[in-house]
Write a new protein. Structure first.
Length: 99
């Protein structure tokens, strides 16, 4: 498994734990570019970009995440265990707020 694949496996575990609806678009030349995960959880729209440790999002990925934030959504770049812990904590908070 690639380093980014290991990060995605951890993200998938957290998303499943919190019962988050998620979609991973398959990049093709016929659609607008996007990020790795588009999610909806307890009324929140969430975008997640997975990166191998030490890697950074591209300009297009940063642009897409900015558009999501400007529209009121949340975005995450996840590459480390600390990032996974942050995602887990935020999803847990959205669970609490929905009650």
């Amino acid at each position: 498994m690639t380093p980014e694949g290991r990060v995605k496996a951890k993200i998938n575990h957290i998303l499943n734990k919190h019962k988050v609806w998620s979609f991973m678009p398959v990049p093709t030349g016929f659609q607008s570019k996007t990020i790795d995960y588009l999610c909806c959880h307890k009324g929140w729209f969430i975008g997640i970009e997975a990166k191998a440790p030490g890697k950074e999002p591209t300009r297009l990925q940063n642009f897409t995440m900015r558009l999501i934030r400007e529209a009121g959504g949340l975005t995450f770049v996840v590459s480390t265990d600390a990032d996974i812990d942050m995602l887990d904590a935020v999803l847990g908070e959205t669970n609490e707020r929905a009650r």
